[in-house]
Design a protein around this ligand. Structure first.
Ligand code: MV4
Length: 459
């Protein structure tokens, strides 16, 4: 195992990684910005290095400062967590050149899968189902029209360098194509310095179902089942659960095999996630592959009893996976609610500031991953997520009741949070039914508005 690991991140994920290192007996180095001096990751780590001012670009996003901290402290490996430099191929390359192990896949694989056009072509070669569309990037309107002649409207334009829903445009009819194509190209250039656009048939009202992959450096690739992340608002996940309400043993077998085949073909190493769209008929299509550990990884840990961060460290240290696909046993049901410092009544505007009181739920099957505490000041500079509440139970019905109970126990005062909003979603009959799609949150707001208008009406 590694002599010392640097965690190039902050917040709950930094704590999560420090905990795994502790259990493995690996000394840790935290890095922090001036805004994070009172953060728990600074106190939990064996050593901590201030790497710059609050601004991410001058601290957590600056490879030079992270590498300098690793060299000064003698860290031999870097865990990037999620966000920040976690999917930055150039950073992974710099680590390699400095003789530091980047805990993740190779720079080449990060670069390949970061380009959504190349990722899709890789999956086609691996035999993974993809949404019908352009073979690669489309250079102009004529090329787009040729593809549309084959697949028909509606279509979706996506940026090759995009991902996570950024830089997408839906085109419902021919009259919209020209302007949509030009704006998509301009936005892609502005946002990602790469104007390349590709085109797909638009899958109406899909679900988001992703598979967790583990791949060692010896050619062994397995999956840890799925997470259903269909409940999102503006491409921000709010709730993740496993098993998916739409999953069957046969579909899990098919999607899992596709995910493993895709990861193998890409030469994937370490932990990763393959995202699929699932349509109303249960057909699934590759969307993108995330080359980092994800926020929602605890959901999978709860249903498989596998510590994904520990596995990441072992894999990066060159160990073989210690279990086979057949030895992965799925048990029960787990769900995660993301608790954000946001005001749902002000369009989810960030609500930084001091937490005056903080009480976390507990009891059987309840897990809270958080860096927050009473009197902690949520800085305005970073992501607004302050806690993840994960519960585990025998089945979805019991899990949802436990989640409601746990949300009821959760007290955060001094700032606005999404706790009450999460309670309303969990209690919502459509959510409870399990039969919903990616428009769920939008539909939920429409329904609650109509409900408010109709409250004085005699029906
Ligand atoms: C799509 C789609 C429909 N058809 N692609 C959004 C995130 C990015 N990874 C891809 N996304 C979508 N791609 C085709 N061909 C609909 C979405 C989409 C979506 C996907 C997953 C979860 C929430 C979503 C919300 C809106 C749109």
């Amino acid at each position: 195992m590694f002599k010392k690991i640097l965690i190039a991140n902050r917040g709950e994920i930094a704590l999560r990684i420090i905990r795994a290192c502790r259990e493995l007996g690996v000394p840790t180095v935290a890095v922090y910005s001036e805004a994070d001096i009172d953060s728990l990751h600074v106190r939990f780590a064996d050593e901590a290095v201030c790497i710059g001012p609050a601004k991410s670009a001058e601290s957590y996003l600056d490879p030079k400062r992270i590498i300098a901290a690793a060299e000064i402290t003698g860290a031999v490996a870097i865990h990037p967590g999620y966000g920040f430099l976690s999917e930055n191929a150039a950073f992974a390359q710099i680590c390699k050149e400095c003789g530091i192990t980047f805990i993740g896949p190779s720079p080449e694989v990060i670069r390949l899968l970061g380009d959504k056009v190349q990722a899709k072509q890789t999956m086609i070669k691996a035999g993974v189902p993809v949404v019908p569309g352009s073979d690669g990037g489309i250079a102009d309107i004529d090329e787009a029209l040729k593809v549309i002649a084959e697949i028909g409207y509606p279509v979706i334009l996506k940026a090759a360098a995009g991902g996570g829903g950024r830089g997408m445009r839906i085109v419902k009819q021919a009259s919209e194509l020209e302007s949509a194509f030009r704006t998509a190209q301009m936005e892609a250039q502005a946002a990602f310095s790469n104007p390349e656009i590709y085109l797909e048939r638009f899958v109406d009202r899909p679900r988001h179902v992703e598979f967790q992959i583990l791949a060692d450096n010896h050619g062994n690739v397995i999956h840890l089942g799925e997470r259903d992340c269909t409940v999102q608002r503006r491409h921000q996940k709010l709730i993740e659960e496993s098993p998916s309400p739409v999953m069957t043993p046969e579909l899990r077998q098919k999607m899992g095999a596709a995910a493993v085949a895709g990861a193998k073909f890409a030469g994937y190493q370490n932990a990763g996630t393959i995202e699929f769209l699932v349509d109303g008929s249960g057909d699934f299509y590759f969307m993108e592959m995330n080359t980092r550990v994800q926020v929602e990884h605890p959901v999978t840990e709860e249903v498989t009893d596998i510590d994904i961060i520990v596995e990441q460290l072992r894999i990066a240290g060159g160990e073989k996976l210690s279990f086979t696909q057949e030895q992965v046993i799925f048990s029960g049901y787990a769900i995660e609610c993301r608790i954000n410092a946001e005001n749902p009544d002000k369009n989810f505007a960030p609500s930084p500031g001091q937490i005056t009181s903080f009480h976390v739920p507990g009891g059987h099957g309840v897990r809270v991953d958080t860096h927050a505490y009473a009197k902690y000041v949520v800085p305005p500079h970073y992501d607004s997520m302050i806690a993840k509440l994960i519960v585990k139970d025998k089945n979805r019905q019991d899990g949802l009741r436990k989640m409601l109970r746990a949300l009821d126990e959760f007290v955060v005062e001094g700032i606005f949070t999404t706790i009450d909003f999460q309670k309303k979603i969990i209690a919502d009959p459509v959510f409870q039914s399990g039969m919903f799609d990616t428009s769920f949150v939008e539909d939920y707001f429409k329904r609650s508005k109509e409900g408010a208008q109709n409250k004085d009406k005699v029906v």
